[in-house]
Design a protein around this ligand. Sequence first.
Ligand code: ATP
Ligand code: MG
Length: 418
Amino acid sequence: MTFQAPKGTFDWMPPRSEWALTVRDALSAPARRAGYGYIETPAFEDTALFSRGVGESTDIVTKEMYTFTSRGGQSLTLRPEGTASVVRAVLEHGLYGGPLPIKLWYSGSYFRYERAQAGRYRHFSQVGAEALGSEDPALDAELIVLAMDGYASLGLRGVRLLLNSLGCRECRPAYRAALQDFLRGLDLDEATRARVEINPLRVLDDKRPEVRAQLTGAPLVTDHLCGACKAYHEEVRGLLTAAGVAYEDDPRLVRGLDYYTRTTFEFLHDGLGAQSAVGGGGRYDGLSEQIGGPALPSVGWALGVDRTVLAMEAEGLLTERPRALGAFAVPLGEEARRRIFPLVSELRRAGLAVDMAFGGRGVKGAMKAADRSGARYALILGDRDIEAGAVQVKDLATGDQTAVPLAEVVEFLKGKDS
Ligand code: ATP
Ligand code: MG
């Protein structure tokens, strides 16, 4: 019997898997520099956390969750997103009683039972950042700038920022009613008509052409914002411009989660086909209260690691190997293996990336392995070298070879490692 990774999942394999690490690192680095602390929460939670937090009427809750009953009879769900878990942890640990905002970042696996296709998986990876407990447009702008800086640090040029405001509990109800009036007059299937009653904003996010075509005249949230929301949004826009971040106003932008208020945004890449969102986020001022906490106005984002790698590929950025070996050791014989092993260990401890030939292959096989490894140098040790107390350092690109005394190999390679 043989096995394959389940449908909608895939393995990150070397050397491509290095890019997943590179992306995770690059997308989180700006947040780490901006004072966001690392948080790690469990991969599964109480099902009710997501059904209440993410919103009963969202696609995620109605059809995409991996829910199971534990042996103890509790309903648990593999996390489909990170925000609800972070808010749960902040409430559980009482962080809201301390200095605000609470700034946190995270990275990990998320699970959604989706229609599997390119860029849409059932198991995927995100980097997220959340700033909780503060209603300050500079915080919304900060997060957006940090995400854009993360994409830019990877060399991506094609990431576009879409920006909108979804209003607050003061102005959203009137807009919601106006939108419902409009939507009730359309020719929609039963499921969508039901959605009009529960969460009409989500209908604006419908991707089907027959629905999209009917939405042209839909009332826009931007025309229904209250004074406070308008001012807040203007402030966010001004700060983005001041920080040199370009955005496109998209009055139809809504997100897949129910908890968003005010600022909402999405990062798009046009090289990805239908799955064009590489990240998204927004303000969720009501989420904490929805899951039993105090008022905790917050803003955050989640960036897709898998799609960001695909975007880099679309821009031709996956050419260079992100982490090449400095040297590859080739022992010629048993005694050489015994001698070169501590040298390899020493080089690694000195911070150099070094591998060696294993399995007692002949010289030819070992040199082939050295070439294939992508290392810059081969460290060749034969009987004569052992006698001389030196190792042959061969530049694998030019073929040049020099004997370097064993005691000086670290220094020699460190000198070249620039
Ligand atoms: P989409 O509209 O593409 O379904 P979403 O609005 O559901 O995205 P979020 O929940 O905001 O996405 O997640 C943030 C980011 O995580 C997305 O922009 C995307 O890059 C990534 N992402 C979401 N779902 C998946 C998935 N099933 N497979 C791969 N990446 C995903
Ligand atoms: Mg989705």
